[in-house]
Design a protein around this ligand. Structure first.
Ligand code: GAR
Length: 222
């Protein structure tokens, strides 16, 4: 048994929470050495909150519409998150733009999953845009969050083919399946102390990462 205490995780969501579910499942099975301290949604009543409660994890709502502006919402969000003393905060389908005040506060301990092969297709409607652009490959990325929207250093990516006849929904489903493997893997590395942000650079196993890791290489042990 490792003497390392379990990583304390706070997960931020805005909706369905299928990535949250993948993290909850791996934490419950012991594959992921984390303690999920809290799940917080900026949208009341979403499915992800129910998933957290089913797993016995404290779930709270902080409705951004109840605040006069973005800084006021973020100040309350920081206070709520920090009550749980997280080692790592993960954005799992959290659909709010964050200001530097927030991203600086958690710099180096804030991860996001984005449904594209960053730096391609930052922002919304990534599957639709990948198809429209005629991409033959698409995927998802895990990155450290910095002040630049979807612009922080990328840690690991999962790739899927874009197939003839794909529409945004079929492509999204193919990507999502990979997302559910991708996020737990990145969190595991962080929990094991293998992953760090130094300046604008991702460090992995004590070395600067020349480019994003590829999930297939990691899983297949290449
Ligand atoms: C996921 O596809 C995630 O990559 C995406 O939202 C979905 C959330 O699904 N995130 C973003 O677009 C962030 N800009 P989930 O709630 O079922 O995990």
């Amino acid at each position: 048994m490792s003497a390392r205490p379990k990583l304390r995780l706070v997960v931020l969501i805005s909706g369905r929470g299928s990535n949250l579910q993948a993290i909850l499942d791996q934490a419950a099975s012991g594959e992921l050495p984390v303690a999920i301290a809290a799940v917080i949604s900026n949208r009341p009543g979403v499915q992800g909150l129910e998933r957290a409660r089913q797993a016995g994890v404290p779930a709270s709502e902080l409705d951004h519409r109840q605040f006069p502006d973005r800084p006021a919402f973020e100040a309350a969000l920081i206070e709520l998150i920090d009550r749980h003393r997280p080692d790592l905060v993960v954005l799992a389908g959290f659909m709010r733009v964050l200001t530097p005040r927030f991203t600086d506060h958690y710099l180096g301990r804030l991860l996001n999953i984005h449904p594209s092969l960053l730096p391609k297709f930052r922002g919304l409607h990534t599957h639709e845009r990948a198809i429209a652009a005629g991409e033959t490959e698409h995927g998802a990325s895990i990155h450290f969050v910095t002040a630049e929207l979807d612009g922080g250093p990328v840690i690991v990516q999962a790739r899927v083919p874009v197939l003839p006849g794909d529409d945004p929904d079929t492509l999204a489903a193919r990507v999502l399946e990979q997302e559910h493997r991708l996020y737990p893997q990145a969190i595991r590395w962080f929990a094991e102390g293998r992953l760090h942000l130094k300046g604008e650079q991702v460090w992995f196993d004590g070395r600067p990462l020349p480019g994003p890791l590829r999930l297939a290489d990691v899983i297949d042990g290449l």
